[in-house]
Design a protein around this ligand. Structure first.
Ligand code: HPA
Length: 237
C-alpha cells in the first residue's frame, strides 16, 4: 500500500517509532501542546490530529484513534503496516467495575476481552486472546510505581456498544475484568498480526460502583496528565 494511506496524509518518516493514541483528537492536540517540543502536525485527515515532536529529547508521535474498534483498527493498521511504527500506546478513558478502582485511577490492560468480532478476520480455529506487549506493560508498571499513582493491571472489556439495550458490561466483572472501554482488543489484534507492540493505559473516567465520582468531559480532555506522562516515559525511540 503506497502512502499516504486512505486515512493518513503524513509522509514517510513523519511518525516516530512510538505513537501515543488517545481516542479524542482534542486530547491528541493537548498532549502535543503540553508535553512535546517542536511538535509538527503530520496528519489532520477527518480532524484526526497527528503530531510528532520531542519529549525530553525523545522523538514521539501522538495521534487520535477515534472511538471504537473499527476506528482504532484502521489507524493502528496503517501506522504499523505502512508508516513503520513499532509501538502504539493507547491513552484512553474507561469505566471501572472493580471496587478498588476509583475515578482517576489507572488500569494497565494486560489483556482485552470483547463482544466484537474484529479477530474473526484471521480465520483462526478458536478464540484469540488479545494481550499487551509485556515489555511495555512492565515499563508502565515501573513508571506507575515511581509516580505513586493508584493502578491495577488486568483484563479490560472492549465493547462494541456504548448504549447497550441488554447488557451493562458489568457482567464481565465476575471474571475479574477491571473495566470497560471500546478500543483495546482491536489494537492488540493488529499489533499481534503485524508483529508489533501495543499497550492500553486507561484512566478511570466513570465507576459503575461509585457513580458520584465520575469525571466531566472537560476533565477527561485535560486532566489525565499522569497517564500521558507515564506513556511518554515508556515510549521507545
Ligand atoms: N463504556 C464504554 N466505554 C467507556 C466507558 C463506558 O462506560 N467509559 C469510558 N469509556
Amino acid at each position: 500500500m503506497p502512502i499516504p494511506t486512505p486515512h493518513i496524509s503524513a509522509k514517510a518518516g513523519d511518525f516516530a517509532k512510538t505513537v501515543l493514541m488517545p481516542g479524542d483528537p482534542l486530547r491528541s492536540e493537548f498532549i502535543a501542546k503540553t508535553f512535546l517540543d517542536d511538535a509538527v502536525l503530520v496528519n489532520d485527515v477527518r480532524g484526526v490530529h497527528g503530531y510528532t515532536g520531542y519529549y525530553k529529547g525523545k522523538r514521539v508521535s501522538v495521534m487520535a484513534s477515534g472511538m471504537g474498534q473499527p476506528a482504532i483498527g484502521i489507524y493502528s493498521h496503517e501506522l504499523f503496516n505502512f508508516y513503520g511504527v513499532s509501538s502504539i500506546i493507547r491513552v484512553g478513558s474507561c469505566g471501572s467495575f472493580h471496587p478498588d478502582l476509583h475515578a482517576r485511577d489507572i488500569i494497565l490492560a494486560m489483556g482485552a476481552c470483547t463482544n466484537g468480532n474484529y479477530a474473526s478476520q484471521y480465520g483462526l480455529p478458536g478464540t484469540f486472546a488479545p494481550i499487551a506487549d509485556f515489555g511495555l506493560l512492565r515499563a508502565a508498571v515501573d513508571e506507575c510505581d515511581k509516580a505513586g499513582v493508584h493502578y491495577k493491571v488486568g483484563n479490560i472489556f472492549s465493547s462494541d456498544v456504548f448504549y447497550n439495550d441488554t447488557h451493562s458490561g458489568m457482567e464481565f466483572a465476575k471474571m475479574g475484568v477491571l473495566g470497560i472501554e471500546m478500543e483495546s482488543a482491536a489494537l492488540y489484534c493488529n499489533a499481534a498480526r503485524a508483529g508489533k507492540k501495543a499497550l492500553c493505559i486507561c484512566t478511570v473516567s466513570d465507576s459503575f460502583i461509585y457513580p458520584e465520582e465520575n469525571t466531566t468531559a472537560e476533565e477527561r480532555q485535560n486532566s489525565f496528565t499522569q497517564m500521558m506522562e507515564i506513556a511518554l516515559a515508556i515510549a521507545e525511540e
